[in-house]
Structure formats: C-alpha cells, structure tokens
Design a protein around this ligand. Sequence first.
Ligand code: BG6
Length: 364
Amino acid sequence: DAGEYDSFMYKEMLEQPAAAERVLRGRLDERFGTAHLGGLNMDPRETRAIRRVKILGCGSAYYVGQMGAALLEELARIPADAEAASEFRYRNPVIEPDTLYVAVSQSGETIDTLLAVQEVRRKGGRVVGLVNVVGSAIARECDGGIYLHAGPEVAVASTKALTNMFLGFALLALQLGRVRDLSIADGKRLIEGLSRIPGQIAQILEREDELAEVATRLAESESLFFIGRVRGFPAAREGAQKFKEISYRHAEAYQTSELKHGPLALISEAVPTVAVVPDDELTSRNVGALHEIAARRGPLVVVTHEGVDLGEVAAVRIDVPRNERELDPILLTVPLQMLAYHAALHLGHDIDKPRNLAKSVTVE
Ligand code: BG6
C-alpha cells in the first residue's frame, strides 16, 4: 500500500524531486556542456549521422514524446516528431536508415509500443528506449537506451516517470546537440537549468493548498478546455489527459492558436479553460487568446511565470518558477498533475485505479 499517503499517485508526485535527481545523476558533463549516455551504444560518428528522430509511445508517454521532439529540434536542430505507437504500428511506416527511433515507456511492456519497436527493428531501423523498468520487454528489444530511474510507479496516472522521461529527452537532446551546432555555452546553460529542476518541482509541490482550491472549483464543471501553444501545447495535452483519466470530467486539449477555428464556439460561463502561458516569444499572442475567452465569460486558470502581464483579464493564476525556456514544459506540467489529483480527490474517485484503465496495456 501507499503507506502514510492516501494514494500512490500522491506519493509518486511528491517523489518527483528525488526521482529527477536520479535520472540526471552522473550524466551531466559540466566541462564540455554535454550529457553522458553510455547506454545509447552509439559513437559520436553514428550520433552525428542521425538526420531525423521519430518518437513512439502511448498515452502520457506519447505526450511527453511531443515535448521531447521539441527539445530535439530546438537544441539539436534535428527534425523530430512524436507519434502514438498504437497508430504507427498499423500504418506500414517508412523506416529510414538515418532516422533514430525512440521508444518511450514507463513499464516497458505496453504492447503497442513493443510492436512498434519490433516493426522498426524488423525493417532495419535503430531504436533506443527511454524506459523506466529495467530489463522490461521494450528495454530488451532496443539497440540501446536511457533508463529513467524513477523507481516503481504504481498509479495509473504517470507522474514521476513522465517527469523523468522529459529529463531523459533533455539529456538526449544535449548529447545530440553537442555533436552538432549547440555551443558549449548553451550546453552549460542547459546543464545549469537541468540542475535546478528538482528544487523547482519541489517549490511547485509546496503550493498544494492553493492548487487544491483551484482544482475543487474546476471539478464542478462537466467540461473543460486545456490550451497551450507550441512549447505549451504538449503540457496542455498531458494536463487534459490526467484530468479526464481520474476526475472523469470531459477535458479537451486544444492549441491556443486553433481556438478561433472551433472551440471558441463552446466557451461559456460553464466551460473553464486552463491555459498554459509561459513567458516566451508567444506570450502576447497567448494573452490575446485569454481576452477572447474572458469576453465570452469563460472562467480562466492560467499557468504562467511570475511577471507575465495578463492585462485586465480575470483569471486565477498559477506562477511556476523560471528556468531556461526549453525546459519550461515540465515545470508547466507539474501543477496540472496536482489539479487533476485534487479534482479526483474532491469528487471521491479511486485515484490510483481509474475506471476502465490499466497501468499498462500488455495484451491486444
Ligand atoms: C496507458 C496508461 O494505458 O499506457 C497510461 O493508462 C500510460 O497512463 C500509457 O501513459 C503508456 O504506458 P507506458 O508504461 O508504456 O509508459
């Protein structure tokens, strides 16, 4: 059982700072501003030859894969994208020799991800795994990988494994970036940012009371939107996923940029929006969208950074600590976990075993 905690999800959320330290430990090279990932089994020449990265995972692992793709593009300037492994395996994918395939999985046993890996390898592609469970089926099937060292994760809703997946992608992007055009100064800047992440996650978790209050209000609504743009969108997707999984409320993620192309029609007093608005080059556009929502009386919760000016808009704001912009997505995700958890708790649901779901889907 979860000991002194009411649920494994709660325990695992609180374990995130320690888990994050474990995935980084021994892998940061401050001298050269890079990462050491011996388990990848690739020499610098092979690493340099990669022309594209394709990330495969299911559920939360797929969403964090989207964050990972953005990290790889931004830091290593390698075209990268994430796809649901459950879709990929059914569509006769083209496997390219200079593409690196990355399988992401907490359990290492998800059948859709495993079969996607086998499909790639059968066609001669190279696959590395970002896997938590040592010696699991996916870990064994890959050419190399990065173990996540999150420790056992029991709750269906992934928290600490997901955080470590993000950090695993940051390490991969650093290593791939530093054999390309990422400068040593930028490498060092990111290493410094990564070292601050565990403490910053702890700071967010300390604000539980405030987040619980917001969650209790959100739980009253039958339907919610989670919005974000570019760096903020995978966080919004993950936030909506968690919320629907355990609170059973209809939570839908949308790109902020797409709001006017559809979902704005549904905004009303009864439909709150949780908006992810980091301080970046798109802040003013995002704030513009908040005004559109407010004008239609949509209640707003905004996950943002201290000092971001939201103008006159009426919103409950949740400020997360600042880090390097590339690393923002994970810090923006942590309060969304807390919102989902407290909404489900308030509604009296089984936090660890949501209805109709399994921790890992291992059979077809
Ligand atoms: C789903 C779980 O079935 O599998 C999700 O409900 C999880 O929580 C997903 O993210 C992928 O699992 P894994 O073990 O491959 O990361």
